[in-house]
Design a protein around this ligand. Structure first.
Ligand SMILES: [Zn+2]
Length: 363
């Protein structure tokens, strides 16, 4: 990985907001347009004007006009997708697991999670305001921007704040524990990239883990089967949220500010120098860190357990086979007839230790 400069932290919030605003305006214009091609919520529900010609890729192949049967299939796909989510939000771990078990297929191994592993080596938390944490990630090789903004909203923030009210202002331990707890809880996310916008925003909306603009227009062309769950930027961020030390440290600082605040609110921003250091550390790695699913983590735990057991067994075996030198010499002497069992018995009764007996045998 080459050395990458990820830009200035200063101004990152307005950059993210400007992109969100442009996206919103574009979307509104698209819906208002007389020849709008957006398939609305009510149309999916069956209020379908058959004279409208909209296309879908459902069933594979080239785009073709939508029929009422397709609408029934869309509703079915929604129910199937919603089954994967329960309640408000989703955990970072669930996002990674779903992205790998139910990927939006590309060509060959080209899924979002594979792209996240190969192309997105960096996801750094830059600012936090209450439950919202902003991350900056690098962009993929074919992107027209140099970085992306991913917003993560932690649903359990208020609960963390209440927990911290019972903690003293001197301890760092409680804040770290709260941070570690918070990052395993449910969250919502948003990314400013096109993949999130056209493929996944609808899914995050119907699954209640959308932290940005709602999308109620069905992705009839790009993702009619509602597969996958998150873009490569979000997936890298989720992996960091779940297991990186830098996110834990960042969240801990935020939790300390929360604990020490008068009114259970907190604001925290990374320093440019820390950000640059973090980026440098990540960009000079030979390989981006792996993104692990629950299945992979479980397999690794099993393997570690097996290794440990093997190690234990090996230790036991050595203990049995490696008798003390004196014992080995006595046994050899008995085998060769140099020492009889009764002689040994006598010597031991006289108080000779095995070492002394072995020394005698040697002499
Ligand atoms: Zn994205």
């Amino acid at each position: 990985m080459a050395d990458i400069w990820m830009g200035k932290i200063k101004g990152h919030i307005s950059e993210a907001r400007n992109r969100a605003k442009a996206d919103k305006l574009e979307r509104e214009a698209a819906e208002k347009h007389p020849q709008s091609i957006i398939l609305t919520k009510r149309e999916v529900q069956g209020e379908w004007d058959a004279s409208r010609v909209l296309l879908t890729t459902l069933g594979g192949g080239a785009a073709r006009p939508i029929t009422t049967n397709d609408l029934a299939q869309f509703r079915h796909n929604m129910r199937m997708a919603q089954k994967n989510f329960n309640g408000d939000g989703i955990t970072a771990r669930q996002v990674i697991d779903l992205a790998s078990s139910r990927p939006m297929p590309g060509t060959g191994t080209d899924t979002d999670i594979n792209r996240a592993k190969k192309q997105i080596s960096m996801a750094v938390p830059v600012s936090a305001f209450n439950n919202e944490i902003r991350f900056i990630t690098n962009a993929g090789p074919e992107s027209d921007v140099t970085r992306h903004h991913v917003l993560v909203r932690f649903n359990a923030f208020a609960e963390a704040a209440n927990k911290l009210m019972a903690s003293t202002t001197k301890e760092r331990k409680d804040s770290k524990q709260a941070a570690n707890w918070l990052r395993k809880q449910k969250l919502a996310f948003d990314c400013d990239c096109g993949r999130h916008r056209y493929w996944f925003r609808y899914i995050s909306t119907i699954g209640n883990f959308n932290a940005g603009r709602k999308e109620l227009g069905f992705p009839k062309i790009r993702n009619p089967n509602l597969q996958g769950v998150a873009c490569k930027h979000v997936l890298r961020v989720m992996s960091e949220v779940e297991s990186s030390i830098s996110v834990l440290n960042f969240l801990t600082k935020h939790m300390i500010k929360l604990r020490d605040s008068q009114d259970n609110t907190a604001r925290h921003q990374a320093k440019q120098s820390d950000f640059d250091d973090d980026v440098k550390k990540k960009s000079t790695r030979k390989q981006p860190k792996p993104i692990k699913t629950s299945v992979q983590r479980e397999r690794e735990r099993q393997r570690a357990k097996e290794r440990e057991q093997l190690h234990k067994k090996a230790k036991q075996v050595t203990r049995i086979t490696r008798k003390p030198a004196a014992t080995r010499r006595i046994e050899a002497a008995m085998e060769s007839g140099k020492l009889s069992a009764s002689d040994l018995d006598v010597l031991r009764r006289m108080g000779f230790t095995d070492n002394e007996i072995a020394a005698k045998l040697k002499g």
